[in-house]
Ligand binder design. Sequence first.
Ligand SMILES: Cc1cc2nc3c(=O)[nH]c(=O)nc-3n(C[C@H](O)[C@H](O)[C@H](O)COP(=O)(O)OP(=O)(O)OC[C@H]3O[C@@H](n4cnc5c(N)ncnc54)[C@H](O)[C@@H]3O)c2cc1C
Length: 706
Amino acid sequence: MKIVDVVLLSTLLSVASASHQWYHYNNDFYVYYGCLSALGKSATFCKKGNVGKCVCTNENALGSLLYCGYTSTKANNTGINKEISKGCVYYNVTDLTNSYYAEVYAKTLDTIVDVSNSTSFNKTEVVDYPVTSKKLKKLSHDFYISVRNRRGNIKTSHALGIAFVAASVFVMLASGVVNWSMRLSKGVSSSLDNALTRKTRKFFNLAIFRNHLHPTVLGFSPDVVETFWISIMFLYSILSCCIIGYKWYENDPSFTSYQTGTSRYWGDRSCILFSYQLPLLFLFPGRNNFFQWVTRWKYSRFVVYHKWLGRIVMMEVLIHSFAMASQTYGLHKNTRFHADWYRYGIVSTVCGCLASTVAIYAIRKHWYEIFLGAHVTLVVMFLWTGWKHTRSQLYEQFYWTCCAIWVFDRFIRLCRIALNGIHTATIEFFPGDDATIKVHVKKSKLYRNFTPGSHAFISFLSKNTFWQNHPFTAYESVTDPDTITFCCRVKKGVTRTIANKFKGSDAQSIQLKILVEGFYGEQSYYQQYDKSVFIAGNTGIVGPFSHIEKLVSSGSADRRIELYWGIRSYDALKWFGAELLSLKDKNVVPRVYISQPERSSINSSTDSTDSDHKNEEGDGILATEKKLSSPELETDLQQVLEFVEIIHGRMPVTEIIEAELKENTGTVAFGACAHTQVVDLVRMEIAKRLPSTCKRVDYFEEMQTW
Ligand SMILES: Cc1cc2nc3c(=O)[nH]c(=O)nc-3n(C[C@H](O)[C@H](O)[C@H](O)COP(=O)(O)OP(=O)(O)OC[C@H]3O[C@@H](n4cnc5c(N)ncnc54)[C@H](O)[C@@H]3O)c2cc1C
């Protein structure tokens, strides 16, 4: 495990240790608290100070407390003694011992006065003897139940919070054990291949709902495994918030009405539960989240859990806020509205709600940078005001933990950028259908983190783009072993801005300073399979190509590799032709499906350009169309066209999978990175056929969206 992971793990553990302060409520505490509260309302022993302080220095007060506590439990109960000693530490009285308590109690038995029927006893006048009474006993019982309900609820809430974190960590560790074993040993993955596991994988691991990756207005839908865990998290949280387990006691001296008692229980339960969930909420979206390494899950899966845990937390924040508002109303404590801690709580709730709202898919899709900026700002506000709100309640450690996790992740990201340094990248632009830019950058120190399929976040250091960073998948350049390359499809944001730099220029390439933050991503283990089948679309070819590069350079000669690439027009061959050619004489023959060849700005014989061709990305991108006539490019394309198998039409995913599985006698790994609907289809088709395959078949989704 990396040092980064160790530090992050210890940060998370600190939240567990921080929780120890609130977790020590036991029956002796309730008895002590009940007796002490009742004593405070029944007699006066010290001229100054409250009864809590008085029992630490006044033997009559202490004797009365011990008498009350011991008669409710057992004589010389050291548990009660311990609670009294703990309370006195607060008043700097630290020398109370069990023998001292025994001595005071023995004396008290001789001197105690039952004031139940005394007419001369006045509870506001200082007395110099220990007291007891029926009323005191009854009151101590009422306080006992009151505090048992309230603190017991807090104790249960802590237990539920700890159980949530423990269960989450357990699931991740268990998943990590399975995934690591499969990864490290071919034997394990084969031994886990039987009728039962195939059915499980078909209906659970690989199963998806409609439009899994293809977003609807509500965004991406989690797969079945994710949905299962999200449902459990939801159910657990809802049940934990709703089944309090403590009923309001009608003689409760602290909460005198049902509303004030019950709303407090709900308020405490929900806030303690989400306090434990918060560190996980901040850990999951971190790019350096060590659980990625432990579980071998994709980053996008953690993002899914982050989103849903965020919704659960917000549900609990709202329960907490409404419950406490209800209690405030019930107590007629309007003064709370003037208290800073209360106001900070309101602001924190509003910030949390807004942070969730700006994260809706429509905003992320169309205004990603606005979403990111607003989300981060609101989350900072949520944390800061939440910390201010909870500071007086000893819950602020949770907020510090979140802060530590977040700041640490950002720090590591900065370190990665700094170690990679500022690069002068060579950027090539390939106009035409599905215009693409290629970014070539020299390998840096952090290159050793690179594994096939890794991605890095790039910041283009130009005036309008330096503040953004976007993820792109990298591969080793086929022309220069010291260079890595990114292929970025031109969309409407930063990629468009970079593409527009070529507008009105004849330049084949430009130099631009960039920052590279990476490398991230877990490598799928294709090397363990007899055959690897890659299904890619457009720039989705990059990840599979990177895997193929690795497989052909290290693999045995009899390993089979199949590559299917779906593109819209011949134009894509211009920016990836050299890479395809590099596979010549290796045991891979790429099959390229061209769905709309008529849209190409070149045709299959590379002898023409289509100047009338309309590009959906706009005129600026077509500005360098004339570059296509360069003789080198024509030669390359000619060679590519001779080498690869070109098929006009859409990629027939179902037929491909059927054929690949039919003619197969060994283990097969499928990898897909294409249009979202294609990837969903690949996954469904493989899942469908799993029970009837002759050997183990696995599927690696090389595509990530968030
Ligand atoms: C792990 C990963 C690897 C990727 N690899 C490649 C690749 O090799 N080649 C390639 O062409 N594309 C790749 N992408 C997609 C690429 O990141 C986006 O196309 C790019 O960020 C769009 O930039 P833009 O500002 O031009 O897009 P816009 O037109 O502003 O947005 C287009 C889409 O990209 C999403 N997007 C924008 N910014 C980000 C961001 N910072 N992080 C995540 N999504 C964002 C938006 O939500 C929107 O759906 C990858 C994405 C991920 C998550």
